[in-house]
Design a protein around this ligand. Structure first.
Ligand SMILES: Nc1ncnc2c1ncn2[C@@H]1O[C@H](COP(=O)(O)OP(=O)(O)OP(=O)(O)O)[C@@H](O)[C@H]1O
Length: 331
């Protein structure tokens, strides 16, 4: 496998619903990223950030209003006939005819697909083999999601697009779906997924991008995205020890404003050099014989990175245009 082959290339991508001007809405506002063959790439973002709007453009379901997309070297909208047979799509709402059984639905779908995977195999991959004879309308919501996934797998896609694949699944089905995604990746399938489960992105994705208001505001490997946020050191200072006495050069020191003057004071240090700042703090405490209460030091989680971006909605993405780190750049 050529690690550097980009199977998806996106530059300056835009999507507007409705007319130009105040009557319309621009859901995708200039996105740049690449996806490499064989990786799992996750798009994250709050409701309405533009994930589905973006993925639909990659799938060739709509034409962008600006920018350029290449999927497997082709324009997925204009050259749909070349791209569609090589990709698998699991939409948020599959909408298969509900009077057919699971097997009939899968056969119908496979009949439209060249080189289709055997239907029984696709159903087994998603754990629906026991529901093969059940009508689609009798499936539970989670089972329908799994049927949608099975249909996306029927064509043995090179790139699999999964829009919130585990939403509505019970924990066991979710675990099974995640294992399946890992197995597909191990077999060389590229997976583009949107999800609201941060731990899913954290454990599955090779790289991820966090969107806000139609733009990517942070992107990279899960480690890179976490590292972009400060670590936190939390402790309490005994009564009588002032925050100003803390060693100089610690990261941003945020004392708890509500603390009483004669009671221990909670302090948070936001640090970009966790080991160094923690060492400085502990040496200072030993030298001064200060007891730090409830000491806790931790690196930022993906959730913190996500929440910080979500909370920053006041800027509604303008900052994102300049802060965005193009995914795949120089990698
Ligand atoms: N057909 C449409 N016409 C007008 N606006 C639309 C249309 N489809 C989506 N939008 C708007 O575009 C924005 C982005 O929607 P999109 O579904 O892409 O977001 P998302 O990140 O996938 O959200 P979610 O996490 O809720 O699925 C939203 O504000 C939505 O209201």
């Amino acid at each position: 496998m050529n690690e550097r082959e980009h199977v998806i290339e996106v530059a300056g991508l835009r999507r507007r619903y409705g007319p130009a001007g105040p009557g319309g809405f621009e859901a995708v506002r200039g996105m740049d990223f690449t996806v490499r063959r064989g990786e799992v790439f996750a798009l994250l973002g709050t409701n309405g950030a533009g994930k589905t709007s973006t993925v639909e453009l990659l799938e060739g379901l709509a034409a962008p209003t600006g920018g350029r997309i290449r999927v497997l070297g082709h324009d997925p909208y204009r050259e749909r006939a070349l791209v569609r047979p090589r990709i698998g799509i699991m939409l948020q709402e599959g909408g298969f005819p509900s009077d057919l059984t699971v097997t009939e639905t899968a056969r119908m779908w496979a009949g439209c697909t060249t080189g289709a995977r055997p239907v029984a195999e696709a159903l087994e991959m998603v754990g629906l083999e026991d529901r093969a004879k059940v009508r689609v309308k009798q499936l539970s919501g989670g089972e329908r999601r799994r049927l949608d996934l099975a249909m996306a797998l029927v064509g043995r896609p090179e790139i699999l697009f999964l829009d919130e694949p585990t939403t509505g699944l019970d924990p066991e089905a979710r675990r099974r779906t995640r294992d399946l995604i890992r197995a597909l990746r191990a077999g060389g399938t590229t997976v583009v997924l949107t999800t609201h489960y941060l731990e899913e992105a954290e454990t599955l994705a090779d790289r991820l991008a966090i969107m806000r208001a139609g733009r990517i505001v942070l992107a990279g490997t899960p480690d890179e995205v976490r590292a972009a946020q400060p670590s936190r050191i939390r402790f309490t200072l005994p009564a009588g020890v002032d925050v100003a006495e803390l060693p100089a050069g610690l990261g941003e020191v945020v004392p708890d404003a509500a603390g009483e003057a004669d009671a221990p004071r909670a302090v948070e240090v936001r640090s970009r050099r966790l080991q160094r700042d923690l060492t400085d703090l502990l040496l200072w405490a030993r030298e001064r014989d200060v007891e730090l209460g409830r000491l806790d030091a931790r690196s930022a989680s993906l959730e913190e990175a996500f929440l910080r971006i979500a909370e920053d909605d006041a800027g509604a993405g303008d900052a994102g245009a300049t802060n965005a780190e193009p995914v795949g750049a120089g990698a």
